[in-house]
Design a protein around this ligand. Sequence first.
Ligand SMILES: [Zn+2]
Length: 465
Amino acid sequence: MKLYNTLTGKKENLPAPGDKGLNMFVCGPTVYDYSHIGHARTYVFFDALVKFLRRRLGLKVNYLQNITDIDDRIINRAKESNKIPQEIAQEFTAAYRADMADLAIDGVSAYAAATDYLPEIISQVERLIKKGLAYAAKGSSTALGASSVYFDVRKFPDYGRLSRQKLSELKEGVRVETEPGKKYFADFALWKASKPDEPKWNSPWGEGRPGWHIEDTAITEKNFGPRYHVHGGGMDLIFPHHEAEIAQMESISGLKPLAKIWLHTGFLLVNGEKMSKSLRNFITIRDFLKEHAATTLRYMVLSNHYRAPFDYTEKTASMARSSVQRLADFTARLETVKDQASQFPLDDFTKSFWDNLADDFNTPQAWANMFDLVKEANKFMDNHSLSMVDAQKIIDFVKEVNDIFNILPQQEPAPAEIMALAAEREKARVAHDFAGADEIREQIKKLGWEIDDTPQGPRISKIKN
Ligand SMILES: [Zn+2]
């Protein structure tokens, strides 16, 4: 399989896994608010990718994700809501895990919370100071005697390699924190001295808390060692976050690259604009799921190329919904096939489908192959020239695909009461008692279910708000 590596700007072969498997780390959320559909895009993509690696390529993948449970934004949110930061972190960690469960994202092998790695974080900062790549500096408003620690970026010549920028081209104040005590504006915090009302841990530099970037390298060094196979995240994390991770870990270990392949998902826009609180166009995962099925979100995200920008509109959601429905109707129709003879060229379609996924996970092309297959097989079925054996093979293929993408609606079986009403309605319909049939349909609707008449007979499904 080939994947586009941000570090080299080229498609490269997936690195060979080690004895313990392929190690993949993806940046998780900072738990101070509900996750939005931009986050969902990243996590749905990595979930499908890891399932492809495991189920299709048969690889053992150790998929690790961090949870940033200590951060300025958590502290600020706690102040706003009169809570303590730990409460905020717990509340939104639980919300994040619930959102992931609702999206059927279950490919992560382990989650690692930053606050569970304090000894490892402090050890990394100490090693960087010892090597002369980091320095302690007293800030203005910090606790008595406590210092912050900064990474000295001018001592790391590769700084800017991932984001393709020269140190001299960085501008002060642009996505770079400015703080007193820093030697150089682009130096980033490894350790922050805590203010009196902030969470704090003891350290050689007084009471403080970890910077954002250091948690990831502390977590990955402990779990994977100084180098590993794949590092992923949203494109917005390339600079400074991932750049900082590279500087930290490669300085400590003297080995490079930290990760062989760096994968980044593209931006998600809403009606052509960046999502932002000020534009009030923030769509949380839970709000999205009040209006749409999780399968709609998964298909919508996975039918777009993961690196391309994705413009979310209501129309993209409804198009995704109908594509999913088309595939569901298709598999339902395949179940009804009773014919014998056929020469359906299934392998042509499946080969292209899998080849496209192996080529930098080109899902738009792969789905085009899938819907070509749907069209062709429907033609065969129209002519009664698809055999039961071939129909079953196609069903198996769609199932294999769905085990990776998880986009087919989970058909919740209707309760007996609904089934009885549906049977009664069908009787009325067949007897041309359309008024009676409609009345029963309304009755069923009031109970939260709906009936669609399809060429394969009535389809009963739960109404999604
Ligand atoms: Zn991260």
